[in-house]
Structure formats: C-alpha cells, structure tokens
Write a protein that binds this ligand. Structure first.
Ligand code: SF4
Length: 67
C-alpha cells in the first residue's frame, strides 16, 4: 500500500479502504479522494463527504499480502 492510501485510511473511513476510491495528489501538495463509481452511477457522489461510514458501493481492497 502506498503512503497516500495509508494516510487516507485514517481520515476517509470506508473510502480509505475501498478499491473504487481514486486518490490523487494536487500540485499544491494536498490530496483528494474521488469515488470511481460516480462516473457510471449517479447514486455515488464524485467527492464523498469524509469520513464515509456506510456505502453500498464499498469494495474492499485486496489483502495486502494475499498470494
Ligand atoms: S464506493 Fe463508496 S466507499 Fe468506495 S470510494 Fe465510492 S463512496 Fe467511497
């Protein structure tokens, strides 16, 4: 897991551990999180209000050390 994802886990709730989350740094040194499902499903906000504590689209990241 990269550092951005690891940092995001702390503040983003479910989004921080979701395979649908797109985490991108900005030129100004901040990081934003966008929901990848929003592009195809209007039920999901492009920029969810964090932390997300419940979400029907939540897709767990694969276990870090899975074979
Ligand atoms: S599907 Fe839900 S948990 Fe996953 S990134 Fe989008 S809003 Fe966050």
């Amino acid at each position: 897991m990269d550092q951005r994802r690891s940092d995001m886990r702390e503040i983003a709730g479910l989004c921080g551990e979701c395979a649908r989350a797109l985490i991108r740094p900005t030129r100004k040194g901040t990081t934003y999180l966008r929901c990848g499902l929003a592009a195809t499903d209007p039920r999901f906000p492009r920029y969810p209000r964090l932390p997300v504590i419940a979400c029907n689209g939540f897709t767990p990241l694969l276990a870090e050390n899975s074979p």
